[in-house]
Every structure is written in C-alpha cells, then in structure tokens.
Design a protein around this ligand. Structure first.
Ligand code: ADP
Length: 490
C-alpha cells in the first residue's frame, strides 16, 4: 500500500508534542510492514535542519491556487531518520512558514489551509496517487473536504482518507476567508451545520467538522478517549457530530517509536541499560543530578516532562513539586508553554527555588535533556486534566521510570495501579489517582515515594514491570493497516 502522511509535525525535525512522535513512529512501523510511506510537511524556517539527510529541491514552481491567484511553491525532499519527507515552501509575502515558530500565529487557519491545499496540489501534479492519505489534527483536517470537493478528478478519485484527532481542544475555527482562499467557496453550502458550520458559532467554519464528514475513517489516540468524546466534555463540542458518524470512528492507542526511545541504545543518556542491567539506570540518575545541579543524596527523583498547558494540570504539577520535596524526594521539571502567563509563573517558581539543591526547573524545549530525564528519574508525574493518549508515561515505562498518573484518556489505558488495579500483579506498572486536586496527587505520590524508601526491591519490580510492557507500534501499526485496508478503494 502507498500511504501519504500529511501533517504539521514529524519528530525530530519538526516536533512540538506527541503528534510529531506519532507521525514519525507510525510511518516507520508501516514501512517495516512493507508499505510505502511519504510524509508531507511545511518547510518551517525553525525546523531542525541538521536532522534532515540529503535535502534537495524536487519540484519547482508548484502553482497553488489561492485567493483568486496562485502561490508558487518549491517542494524539497529529504530523509528524516530514514523516512521520506517532502517539505513545501511557499513563496509569497504571507511568509506562512517563516515565523520562527510552528504554531501560535494570528493567521493560523490560513497557514495550515494553504499547506493542506499545497499538499494536495503536489500529489496531483507530481502524479502521486496514494491509496490512503492519513491526516492529523485540525491543521490538515481540510484535506478530506478539499479532496472530495475539489480534487476528485484527475486521478485522485481512488484516494481514501483516514483522519486522526490527537487533541479535540483545537478544532480550527475560521471564517469565510478560508473558503474563499482555498477555492472551496460556496459559503451557504459549507456553513450548513451538517457540513462545516460550527455548532456553537453561527459565523464560523469548523475545519475539524469537515474531517468528520468527509474522511473515510476517523480515529482518536486511545480507546478511553474515544469513549470520553461521547460521554464527557473532552470532545469539546465535536462529540455530537462524531456520534452521528460513529460507524467510522474508533480509538487506536498510540505506539512509541522503540528505536527512538530505547535505553539500550540511546545516545543522549549517560549509561545505556536494559531490564537485565537495570542497576546501570542509577548512573543516569547521577548524571542527571550533575546536569541539573541537584545534590547527591539517597532520594528518588520525581520528574515532569511536557507542555505546560492547562490540559496538563499546571496547578497539580506545581503541587506535585512541593509535595515531592516535602516527602524527601527531588524534583526535575522540563517544560514550556506557548502562553506567556504560564511561562512567567514557572520562571518565577524557578527563581524562588533557585537555591534549593533538591529541585530544578528547566523552562524550554530540549529533546536531548528529555531523554536523560526519562532515564535518570525514578518517577514521572502526569496529572493531566484530560489526556487523549499521552506518550510521556509510556516513554517513562520504557526507561524503567514509574509513572504516577491521573486516570484519564490514554493514561487510564496504559497505567495500572500497583495497589488497586484488578490486573495481575505482574501487569501493574505505576500509580493512578482520580480526583484532579491536591489530595488526588498526594494519594498516589505518597505511595510511590513511600515504596521507593521503604521497599526498594518492590519498587524495582514495579519499574521492571513497566519495562516489560509492549507499547511499541507493533499492535497499533497492525490496527492502522486494517483500517487502511478497510477504507481502500477496491
Ligand atoms: P502532547 O502531545 O499533549 O504534548 P504527549 O505526552 O503525547 O503530549 O507527547 C509529548 C512529547 O513531547 C513527548 O515525546 C515528550 O518527551 C515531548 N516533550 C514535551 N515537552 C517537551 C520539552 N519541553 N522538551 C523536550 N521534549 C518535550
């Protein structure tokens, strides 16, 4: 099968969060299974160009119709860790992807609508005819609508689309300008609530609703989150439309790229290790302490790695930090927020704790440091308010770091409580709490820290149980191949 991934991120060249990991990891798995995968991305100026091998121009002067005119694009090709990637570079005064940032621009809906359109135009004009186009999140959610409404002819009629929702919080809300720019036009037609008219804002187009209607299959990133979309507020208003199209919607748990995240070969950690040489993990703890100026004492390190977004339970992260210190542990935090207010709050906290030898806050994005934290920490706290899948708890387990999580979304599907799970003890791999408050955090963190101090042998067994779990792309890869085969034009 020939699959084209159209996405706004791909690890490690253009990654903000889990979306980037999923695009690269799933693509690798599909290739291992014998399929051909090509990834289409915007050519951002802020990408990690050193992660691209053999970058070269492959298509010049790709003319993309846009707002009564055309924008000329250069398409580049290069390998990212063996994956075939095409990077689309528009030449216009809009400078859509020369913003020194991936996201957060005022014309966000137009930037990614343009990219979606250019990606389809590139497939059409270069004669590429994927069996399946896999799109991801709102940024590329307009692809299925445009494919159906504008690109049916010219050989594209057999392409099918699978769309994955990684986060329902962002759905792509736009106005009439989006319809006019992309050539979809016909506002009266698209503003219909059965198409892309937003259910809550009469004057808005909801790009994600377009994917719900036009894609041949829809997935979200864990079975629990698929359930939550219908039964809780975490569908952010899209649950009704999805319920209407539930025959083509399902939850597929994300996998982890076991090559990228592998303590046995990881080039970014101080000492590589496996479950059989688990005691070597402690050298990474030492190294992490040196890197973060933490004192060397017999204490566990509790860590947080991730975006500092309200979704992630910012107040609970803060509480976990102080509570861990209170209980005699150390705390390491690596994260950043696109919201100035949240960043400022954590910078203030960093200053306040500057002289504390048991705590370090690194505000920013640092892929290499993230690897060392997963390897060097003893526990990872993930107190999310909602979490479609969550990768950090799975990465932690891969590195023998015990996850302490709130039971939502994919966290509930992957972490099973040491004391209270109904699973056999060999399958219990972490600590789980339910209430999104201080008491909830403490109920799990106290047990984790207590076990580390009082029963180190049992804590080690728990960490090893996590290392035994298979959260690779093996199973979800097979699930996606089944989905693609199911929707493929026969
Ligand atoms: P989300 O997609 O909501 O951001 P996930 O848990 O699915 O959360 O994925 C987060 C991914 O991004 C993980 O690979 C994590 O290591 C990485 N990550 C998040 N924040 C940072 C950061 N500040 N520095 C390095 N890596 C980060």
């Amino acid at each position: 099968m020939y699959i084209a991934m159209i996405a706004s991120e791909c690890a490690p060249v253009a990654k903000v969060g889990g979306l980037g990991d999923v695009v690269s990891g799933l693509s690798r798995e599909l290739e291992i299974r014998g399929h051909t995968v090509e990834i289409l991305l915007p050519k951002y100026d802020c990408m990690r160009y050193e992660q691209i091998w053999g970058l070269q121009k492959t298509y010049e002067n790709l003319l993309v119709p846009w707002l009564n005119s055309q924008i000329s694009c250069t398409v580049w090709f290069g390998f990212v860790h063996g994956r075939k990637c095409f990077f689309i570079e528009p030449h216009s005064s809009d400078n859509f992807f020369n913003r020194k940032t991936y996201y957060g621009c005022r014309d966000e809906h137009l930037r990614f609508a343009f990219f979606s359109k250019a990606a389809l135009e590139f497939l059409l004009k270069s004669g590429k005819r994927p069996d399946v186009i896999h799109t991801h999140d709102w940024q590329t959610a307009l692809v299925p609508a445009m494919l159906y409404e504008l690109y049916q002819t010219g050989g594209m009629e057999n392409c099918r689309v699978c769309h994955t929702f990684h986060n329902f919080k962002h759905q792509g809300i736009a106005g009439k300008d989006l319809l006019l720019s992309t050539g979809l036009g016909k506002p009266g037609y698209y503003y219909d609530k059965a198409r892309m008219g937003d259910d809550y804002n009469q004057t808005a187009i909801n790009v994600s609703k377009g994917a719900v209607l036009y894609a041949n299959f829809l997935s979200t990133v864990s079975p629990r989150h698929a359930w939550e979309v219908f039964n809780t507020e975490w569908g952010y208003g899209l649950g009704k439309s999805l319920y209407h199209h539930r025959h083509k919607f399902g939850g597929v748990l994300n996998g982890l790229d076991y090559e990228m995240w592998n303590p046995e070969t990881d080039p970014y950690i101080a000492t590589t290790y496996t479950a059989d040489s688990f005691s070597d993990k402690s050298m990474n703890r030492q190294s992490l302490r040196e890197r973060l100026w933490l004192r060397h004492e017999s204490k566990p390190i509790v860590a947080y790695v991730g975006r500092l977004d309200t979704q992630k339970g910012v107040a609970l992260i803060r509480h976990a930090l102080f509570h861990a210190l209170h209980k005699g542990a150390q705390f390491a935090l690596l994260g950043s927020s696109p919201e100035e207010g949240i960043n400022a709050e954590f910078f203030k906290l960093k200053q306040q704790l500057n002289d504390n030898p048991d705590c370090h806050l690194e505000i920013g994005y640092n892929d290499e440091l993230a690897h060392l934290i997963y390897a060097g920490a003893d526990m990872l706290i993930v107190p999310s308010i909602f979490e479609p899948c969550g990768l950090t708890q799975m990465i932690a387990m891969r590195y023998g770091t015990v996850p302490v999580v709130r039971a939502v979304g994919g966290l509930a599907d992957t972490v099973f409580d040491y004391n209270y799970s109904d699973r056999p003890s060999a399958e219990r791999n972490g600590y789980v709490f339910y209430q999104p408050d201080a008491k909830g955090v403490e109920s799990a963190l106290d047990r984790a820290i207590g076990l580390w101090f009082d029963y180190p042998g049992q804590f080690r067994e728990l960490a090893l149980n996590g290392m035994e779990c298979d959260y690779s792309w093996n199973r979800p890869g097979a699930d996606y191949v089944n989905i693609y085969n199911h929707i493929r034009h026969k």
